[in-house]
Design a protein. Structure first.
Length: 111
C-alpha cells in the first residue's frame, strides 16, 4: 500500500494521502527529548520540518518551543499516527499524551 505524506502550507499541516490530518499549534508532551532541560517538555508545535513514513508509522520532525522554559528547537522523529494495513485509514496520535522523539537509523522515503 502506498502512503503519501507531505507537509503543507509552509509546515502548518501534516497531510496523509492528500488529506490534512495533523495541524501545528498543538501542545505535545515530550519525554527523553533534547529540546531543553525540562524532564517533560510542553512543546508548542510551530511547523513540520520533515515528514516521512516508517511503515506503518507516519512520522515527523516539528519545530517549536517549550512553553515551560521558552527554549525552541526541532524535535527528532515523532510518531504522528499510524496507517491501518487493511483499510489504509490514518489514525493520529494524541499530542497531549507522552511522546518520545527518536533518531532515525534508516531514512524512509516519503513516497
Ligand atoms: Zn523546557
Amino acid at each position: 500500500m502506498v502512503v503519501s505524506v507531505h507537509q503543507l502550507d509552509d509546515g502548518a499541516w501534516l497531510s496523509v494521502n492528500d488529506e490534512r490530518t495533523v495541524p501545528v499549534s498543538q501542545l505535545w508532551l515530550l519525554a527523553r527529548h533534547d529540546i531543553c532541560d525540562c524532564e517533560q517538555a510542553d512543546f508548542l508545535a510551530e511547523g513540520f520540518v520533515e515528514v516521512g513514513v516508517d511503515w506503518p508509522d507516519v512520522e515527523g520532525r516539528i519545530a517549536g518551543q517549550c512553553i515551560a522554559c521558552g527554549a525552541s528547537g526541532v524535535t527528532d522523529w515523532l510518531a504522528m499516527g499510524r496507517v491501518d494495513r487493511e483499510t489504509g485509514a490514518f489514525r493520529k496520535v494524541v499530542p497531549s499524551s507522552v511522546h518520545v522523539p527518536r533518531r532515525r537509523t534508516k531514512l524512509a522515503t516519503p513516497e
